[in-house]
Design a protein around this ligand. Structure first.
Ligand code: CAA
Length: 261
């Protein structure tokens, strides 16, 4: 039974957690209650030993149409500041240690685009519609769009999109390196994400954690510091059982049976 009102949570394949944003009448607009549920479900999967990777998706029509405008309409500066409005969007997801794969179909605009950009791997269908339309509402992106989108596609393109609010397609997302893979249909996109999640879930979970950690480090530090960090973590893995298991299996031409230790 589903304990949530705005999301669906499943384990469609062994090792794979799937979260589907499910607020169809508002195109999955990210209300506070939806985000609370999303954070809760992500944390649960992160804590669950049998889950190796998480797929986050919406519907064919909308991944998410952004922050809930009806909820924000009467917000004041003091209330936004005092409650640290939408800070909770950045408190959980960046601390999830298991890989999150976003399967984006339909509208992924405003906070929906920003949520997709928070994922570790982004898959989309060619007809997906991304964008940061906040400027049209008299505001700016508030959940990382100005930073993560700019890092992903460069300053000039990001400026153009954020200053005009125009959309970009799934096909463009793939051309620009926002999406790892673009699929023809929504169904193929979700299946592709689940398949990649299964593949990741079959690896040593210790090594997967370390890999995610070092790649993310590259987004936050300079090259020299990032390389030092990578090497330290790399050295550390020679203290794991899974390094011995993985390399012995290769030499013995066997399939490794990971211990996750
Ligand atoms: N918040 C609240 N409700 C929303 C919503 C949102 N972000 N987006 C859509 N909805 C609601 C609509 O109000 C509508 O509800 P009613 O039936 O009660 O009128 C329902 O979802 C269906 O929407 P549309 O009829 O508009 O659907 P469409 O297919 O014609 O258009 C769309 C789709 C182009 C995505 C359009 O809904 C739209 O422009 N939505 C708003 C997008 C937006 O501006 N997002 C940015 C929000 S600000 C933000 O996210 C800040 C941040 O950085 C964190």
């Amino acid at each position: 039974t589903n304990q949530y009102q705005n999301i669906l949570v499943e384990n469609p394949h062994p090792g794979v957690g799937k979260i589907t944003l499910n607020r169809p009448r508002a195109l999955n607009a990210l209300s506070s209650s939806l985000f609370q549920e999303l954070n809760h479900a992500l944390q649960d999967f992160d804590n669950d030993e049998s889950t190796g990777a998480i797929v986050l998706t919406g519907s064919e029509k909308a991944f998410a149409a952004g922050a809930d405008i009806k909820e924000m309409k009467d917000l004041t500066f003091s209330k936004a500041y005092n409650t640290n409005f939408i800070a909770s969007w950045s408190s959980t997801i960046p601390n999830i240690r298991k890989p999150i794969i976003a399967a984006v179909n339909g509208h992924a605009v405003g906070g929906g685009c920003e949520l997709a950009l928070m994922a570790d791997i982004l898959y989309c269908s060619s007809s997906a519609m991304f964008g940061q339309p906040e400027i049209k509402l008299g505001i700016i992106p508030g959940a990382g769009g100005s930073q993560r989108l700019t890092a992903a596609i460069g300053k000039s393109r990001a400026m153009e999109l954020i200053l005009t609010g125009k959309n970009f397609s799934g096909t463009e997302a793939a051309q620009w390196g926002v999406a790892a893979t673009v699929f023809d249909t929504a169904e193929e996109c979700v299946q592709g994400a689940l398949k990649t999640a299964s593949k990741i879930a079959e690896m040593s979970q210790l090594a997967v954690r370390a890999a995610k950690e070092v790649v993310n480090k590259s987004q936050e530090t300079g090259l020299r510091e990032g390389l030092d960090y990578e090497r330290k973590v790399f050295h550390g893995l020679f203290g794991s059982k899974d390094q011995k298991i993985g390399m012995s299996a290769f030499v013995e031409k066997k399939k490794p049976e990971w211990s996750n230790e």
